[in-house]
Design a protein around this ligand. Sequence first.
Ligand SMILES: [Zn+2]
Length: 109
Amino acid sequence: MTAEYSKIIKVLEAIEGLEGDQAAAVAEACDIISDYDAACQSAARMTARYETTALAIKKDDFGYCCPTCGRWIRVPDSWCHWCGQRIEWDAIARDRYKEERNQRRTHRQ
Ligand SMILES: [Zn+2]
């Protein structure tokens, strides 16, 4: 949690003499602030992953994994479908995908 939100929650929790609905409202406000902070941090992480490329990790001859979450990803997907990481492919993956695509086109004709 950011220091700014921690300070607000500490101040709210330190209010003395609250009872009933007032105490419940302050507790709810602390929960809302905490949830809001978590949502902001999550959005910031997702935005960073979406905008910053990371090189796909070659797992074996059959495929690649996401460098952030470690799950299988498919060439030539631009983003990991699991965590939203923007993906960069190495030359081997790009060349292999182009070759396979050209083979599919040749078979169709
Ligand atoms: Zn991922």
